[in-house]
Design a protein around this ligand. Structure first.
Ligand SMILES: Nc1nc2c(c(=O)[nH]1)N[C@H]1C(S)=C(S)[C@@H](COP(=O)(O)OP(=O)(O)OC[C@H]3O[C@@H](n4cnc5c(=O)[nH]c(N)nc54)[C@H](O)[C@@H]3O)O[C@H]1N2
Ligand SMILES: Nc1nc2c(c(=O)[nH]1)N[C@H]1C(S)=C(S)[C@@H](COP(=O)(O)OP(=O)(O)OC[C@H]3O[C@@H](n4cnc5c(=O)[nH]c(N)nc54)[C@H](O)[C@@H]3O)O[C@H]1N2
Ligand SMILES: [Mo]
Length: 641
């Protein structure tokens, strides 16, 4: 493998890719790459390992799984995986078959997009949003808690083309992101205050006669109920809560009401706090209230995972999910400490690096270091999580195994072949889990086991399988119905009555205080600053963190820094009741007062005391979906002497 670049056949990729994945060769062939199975020989975390053969490693792991299951029951085993960058073959597939047949505990996967998915499904069901390509048609683009310059670079040129044709740009973000600096309007809200802002917009749209009554009568229920809840928020009150100028909010309302096509791109920054689910629901309600659907480039876009692919891995897995208990991955520190009957005795980690991506890092590190917890990690490099494992197994990268994956934003599916020889003895997830199924006597006649068979079984289970297979043979497939459907022209909600549920009953019951109820900012005298941990352009998740040389930096506003006598380059301490981080400060007017930033994806080596932003993130969950609340940390900061 010498170079990776963007496919020119894709209308969105258009020949370029992010700087992050361009580093893949360094990752594949670098010194941190795992090349053989390793078994711990010293105390946990000591870094003392002995290299063993795959046969020895598999015998050891299978033996421990069988022993734990025999003594304590299958639920004492917890598979721990996120798989944000994985497709159908490497996330799920044979791993699901293995852990289902073992009767292991289920994992509720809530690091990302859990609140968003709950809200979106509740309001619209499974409905594809506005294709990113269609943003060129928009007259107004609203980026709400999203930073495409770092996390969705292929949208940036589309936005620029729309702007060149006269479109306006609004950004709602506590930080002055690159696009916020170029926007027509930037609402620098306090983290967690999007809900009052969106409700005040809804209330004003109703009060000023901007609500599209004809559209709502035809396509929505819960209109009056939402109107009543939104009416609790005036523009002045919402602006005060969000710490923004009320005139700017007023301007946004008028811009949004007047523009068509208008499209909202909500990101994942706003879901990660106590109000996240209600906030995203209120934002997703805006295009319905204001009648923005029904034209090309009008509406909203989330991940477009809901493109109605009609594909499921269930047939290929060949084993229904057992009714075993469910553990929320975002509360793993507590689960390991407190869950009983049975206690979790084995954590099997793959596609995940929880030591630096899960909340409540200090407590999690303590739990993982326990001698009575058997930890297996399957990964490509020696991650911070692998450091604390009993057994480390070398995994292939996406260039060394096949995967069937869909775009995150784009409505495209690709069957990506292995194009490079696996480094060392690395094995794919299906090779690993297939071997464990065999060793544990859990493989059954008729199981699809090879990647070929798994892909064939997955496509065969789709009513559109033949059509998808034919397209895949030519590079990539579009969802049945095409990649450029217009919401409310070509696609409609698939809720029970086919209408938008503006106050879905199930969500109203699920949210602790009812949907659209604001829970106040948790800042206190002791912890007055909101710490958020967004992505950087150079680093988005924890992947490739081993290649990063630069130390972590806490970004502070000039006002907050001056109040604490802090200058750029100073060593600082950031703390709250959950943990403490020691790193360097950077003073910048790109963050608003009251907010500080420590990027996500840092590894333990990037700070002085070996803890990252995740040490300050509470193990609490958002109002919907069991979502992790990464941006709900409140902290104090001081200069270190
Ligand atoms: N190349 C590449 N692209 C990726 C990924 C990758 O690995 N590689 N990963 C993908 C993944 S998993 C994800 S989740 C996405 C994340 O994509 P984004 O949603 O863009 O990610 P973040 O940087 O977490 O947050 C976006 C913005 O939200 C702001 N924010 C924080 N809190 C709040 C709030 O309360 N309200 C508002 N309005 N804004 C807030 C932050 O300042 C930040 O600028 O990126 C995806 N994109
Ligand atoms: N503080 C803070 N923390 C956050 C967030 C935040 O905003 N703030 N955001 C959260 C978000 S949006 C996300 S998506 C999560 C991501 O959380 P994680 O999923 O834990 O993070 P990744 O860096 O994507 O880790 C994936 C790991 O899987 C490995 N891997 C990749 N492919 C394979 C494979 O095929 N097989 C195996 N066995 N391993 C593989 C990679 O080498 C990497 O170590 O982080 C969350 N953590
Ligand atoms: Mo994510």
């Amino acid at each position: 493998m010498v170079e990776v670049t963007g496919d020119r056949r894709g209308p969105i990729t258009d020949g370029f890719i992010c700087g992050k994945v361009r580093k893949i060769a360094e990752h594949m062939y670098g010194e941190d790459r795992l090349t053989t199975p390793l078994v711990r020989t010293g105390p946990k975390g000591s870094g003392r390992w002995s290299a063993v053969s795959w046969d020895e490693a598999l015998d050891h792991v299978a033996g421990r799984l069988a022993a734990i299951r025999g003594r304590a029951g299958g639920e004492a085993i917890l598979p721990y995986h996120y798989g944000g960058s994985n497709g159908w073959l490497t996330e799920g597939a044979l791993a699901s078959r293995l852990f289902r047949r073992l009767g292991a505990s289920n994992l509720e996967r809530t690091f990302c997009a859990a609140a968003t998915t709950a809200a979106q499904r509740g309001l619209y069901g499974v409905m594809p949003g506005v294709p990113l390509e269609d943003y060129v048609h928009a007259r107004l683009i609203v980026l709400w808690g999203v930073n495409p310059s770092a996390t969705g670079i292929h949208l940036v040129p589309v936005i620029e083309r729309a702007r060149a044709a006269g479109a306006k740009l609004v950004v709602v973000d506590p930080r002055a992101t690159p696009l916020a600096r170029r926007a027509d309007l930037h609402l620098a809200v306090r983290p967690g205050a999007d809900l009052p802002v969106a409700l005040a917009v809804i209330a004003a749209l109703f009060a000023r006669g901007h609500a599209d009554r004809r559209f709502l009568d035809a396509h929505a229920t819960g209109v009056d109920a939402l109107g009543v809840r939104a009416a609790r928020w005036s523009i002045d009150d919402a602006a005060r809560e969000a710490g923004i100028d009320a005139h700017l909010l007023d301007r946004f309302i008028e811009l949004y009401a007047a523009a068509s096509p208008a499209v909202i791109r909500p990101g994942w920054g706003m879901e990660r706090n106590r109000n996240g689910g209600s906030a995203i629901a209120a934002v997703l309600a805006l295009p319905a209230i204001a009648g923005k659907f029904g034209v090309r480039g009008g509406g909203y876009t989330m991940s477009n995972g809901d493109a109605r692919w009609t594909i499921t891995a269930e047939t290929a897995i060949g084993e229904p999910a057992p009714p075993t208990r469910t553990i929320n991955m975002s509360q793993i520190s507590r689960a390991l400490a407190t869950v009983r009957d049975p206690r979790i005795e084995c954590l099997f980690v793959y596609n995940c690096n929880p030591v630096v991506t899960a909340p409540d890092q200090r407590a999690l590190v303590e739990q993982l270091a326990r001698d009575d917890l058997f930890v297996v990690v399957h990964d490509q490099v020696m991650t911070d999580t692998a450091q604390l494992a009993d057994v480390v197994l070398p995994a292939t990268t996406f260039l060394e195994h096949r995967d069937l994956r869909r775009g995150y934003g784009t409505m495209r599916l690709i069957d990506a072949p292995a194009v490079a020889a696996p480094v060392g003895q690395s094995r794919s997830n299906n090779q690993l889990f297939g071997a464990l199924l065999d060793r544990l006597g859990l493989t059954r006649a008729g199981d699809a086991t090879s990647d070929d068979d798994l892909v064939a079984a997955t496509l065969a289970a789709s009513p559109h399988g033949a059509e998808l297979r034919a397209q895949l043979a030519h590079g990539f497939a579009a969802p049945p119905g095409g990649p450029n459907r217009i919401p409310f022209v070509d696609v409609f909600p698939d809720t029970s009555d086919g209408k938008i549920q503006l106050v879905p009953e199930a969500l109203d019951r699920a949210a602790p205080d009812g949907l659209y109820t604001y829970r106040p900012d948790p800042r206190s005298e002791a912890y007055p600053l909101a710490l958020i941990s967004p992505a950087l352009a150079t680093q988005i998740s924890s992947t490739f963190g081993q290649l990063r040389k630069a130390p972590g930096q806490l970004e502070l506003s000039p006002g907050d820094a001056a109040a604490r006598g802090i200058h750029t380059g100073d060593p600082v301490r950031i703390w709250n009741d959950h943990g403490e981080v020691e790193c360097l400060a950077k003073v910048t007017s790109e963050v608003r007062d009251g907010v500080c930033v420590l990027a996500k994806g840092l590894w333990r080596r990037h700070t002085r005391n070996g803890y990252t932003a995740n040490a300050l993130v509470p193990p609490a969950v958002a109002d919907l979906g069991g979502q992790a609340t990464y941006n709900d940390a409140r902290v104090q900061v001081a200069r270190r002497p």
